[in-house]
Ligand binder design. Structure first.
Ligand code: PFF
Length: 472
């Protein structure tokens, strides 16, 4: 059977934007910003999106389009080595882990959507969230969210994912824009914008490392890089597209939606007297925002619209998580798409139910495990693109563009030399942080540079001997 493809350029872009725009933008971004000093975080985050996220995203596109296969097959066939295929298996794991907690949050969102119609959480938002967040109810809504996700993925690339995301994304962007305009009239809007947009140099200096790590984690998560989703999505496109242009458009739209979500959520938080924006944490949406809707005139209708938007954004991301292992089973093991989808959904039904019952499991998956998987994944992809594909990556980068290879070479240098130590630096610091160990930051930096360059040189050496062998 011929492999599927997107019908159009816009179809691919909206699917990729759909993957990128999700709970990461609307749920995670505002509270991360609120917790990390507002604008200081925003500036660093934007810098990392530009310098790491976009080049990394393009690396995934290059790998996916070059191979026309899902990540495992792509890394294996492009390198001619089974070992790289094993590295690619990280993406299958990442997709399943991501979905196992994301589907629980998606379930909360669906529940809030229904509860907005009756106003069930308006009287005591904190207690309501406490009562529904873990347990049988959470598991039930997780299953509902997962079932919708699987239903779309089972429909295939054109009939499922593309059809859904081309309807969903314009609705999400327009409704979020309308809500941001409305939120601009709230009493706390001025204070929220100040907080969002004023740069506090002293705060940055005092908390630089923490802000950097949070911003890096958020940048990868929100752009959906490191999990192999973007390799998978790019494997369904043709050679007439400019990958750097598409990558930039996707990142721009994604960042725009994040900022827009900040313009909705932060004014709501700042307009509600008993909510402290800087400490509301992951509950910001469910408690802070819910409180605000409960107190505002017309809150019920606004809450319905808001949680509808968030539901759509979450679904357009969750389908991209499930598509990673589905594409793997279809491409590498010859499964029918529907069978693969059903089997994998049954698996996540179980793992997600575990995290719906246990806040510990949920916290570990959503925090350290996802951070480690995405950072390690992206590290592998950039090293692979720069040093295994090498010149071929640059060729793929310029294909369908009017760029000379100079820009491609600069990109290759960035992803091949600068990004690997940077990603390891965030990875090492993250792991040390979770273990509660202290290490001077300079030591971590030296270790990251050392290990990064060691990996790069050995990968490059193996790849060039293999190339020489093949040529002989
Ligand atoms: N980018 C999504 C969000 O911001 O909600 C989350 C995500 C989707 C991460 C797909 C990774 C991924 F592969």
């Amino acid at each position: 059977m011929a492999r599927e493809s997107w019908t159009s350029r816009i179809g691919f872009i909206l699917a990729a934007v759909g993957s990128a725009v999700g709970l990461g933008n609307i749920w995670r971004f505002p509270w991360m910003t609120a917790e990390n000093g507002g604008s200081a975080f925003l500036v660093l985050y934007l810098g990392i999106v530009l310098a790491v996220g976009v080049p990394g995203l393009v690396a995934e596109f290059v790998i996916g389009r070059r191979a026309g296969k899902s990540p495992v097959g792509a890394l294996e066939s492009l390198s001619g080595s089974k070992h790289w295929g094993k590295v690619g298996l990280i993406t299958v794991l990442a997709g399943l882990v991501l979905l196992s907690f994301y589907s629980v949050v998606g379930g909360w969102i669906l529940r809030y959507f229904f509860a907005s119609a009756t106003g069930a959480y308006f009287d005591a938002p904190g207690a309501y969230f406490g009562s529904i967040s873990y347990g049988a109810g959470a598991a039930g809504f997780h299953v509902l969210f997962l079932a919708i996700t699987a239903g779309i993925v089972a429909g295939g690339i054109r009939g499922g994912i593309e059809r859904a995301t081309t309807v969903m994304m314009p609705i999400v962007i327009l409704m979020l824009g309308a809500l941001a305009v409305w939120a601009g009239g709230l009493s706390g809007a001025g204070e929220a914008y100040d907080f969002f947009l004023t740069f506090d140099a002293a705060y940055v200096q005092a908390n630089a490392l923490d802000i950097l790590l949070s911003a890096a984690g958020q940048a990868l998560f929100t752009l959906s890089v490191g999990a192999g989703t973007m390799i998978t999505y790019a494997s369904y496109i043709g050679e007439d597209r400019s990958l750097p242009a598409d990558g930039s458009i996707i990142a721009l739209l994604n960042t725009g939606v994040g900022v827009l979500a900040g313009f909705v959520v932060l004014p709501l938080l700042f307009s509600t007297p008993n909510v402290d924006p800087a400490t509301s944490g992951p509950g910001a949406l469910f408690v802070g925002v819910a409180t605000a809707f409960g107190e505002l005139p017309g809150g019920r209708l606004l809450a319905l619209g808001f949680f509808a938007v968030v539901s759509l954004a979450a679904l357009s991301s969750s389908i991209s998580m499930l598509e990673i292992p589905v594409a793997y089973l279809v491409d590498e093991h010859g499964f029918e798409r529907k069978t693969a989808t059903a089997g994998l959904a049954a698996f996540v039904l179980v793992t997600g139910t575990v995290s719906a019952f246990s806040s510990e499991v949920f916290g570990i998956l959503a925090g350290p495990v996802v951070d480690i998987l995405l950072t390690t994944g992206l590290f592998a992809f950039v090293v692979f693109a720069a040093w295994v594909l090498g010149g071929d990556a640059v060729e793929e980068f310029t294909l369908g563009t009017r760029f000379s290879s100079g820009l491609g070479d600069a990109w290759r240098l960035l992803i091949g030399v600068v990004l690997p130590p940077f990603l390891l630096f965030t990875l090492f610091n993250g792991i040390l942080g979770y273990l509660g160990w202290q290490a001077p930051v300079e030591y971590v930096a030296v270790a990251a540079i050392f290990v990064g360059l060691a990996v790069v040189t050995s990968v490059q050496r193996v790849a060039s001997t293999e190339r020489a062998d093949n040529a002989a």
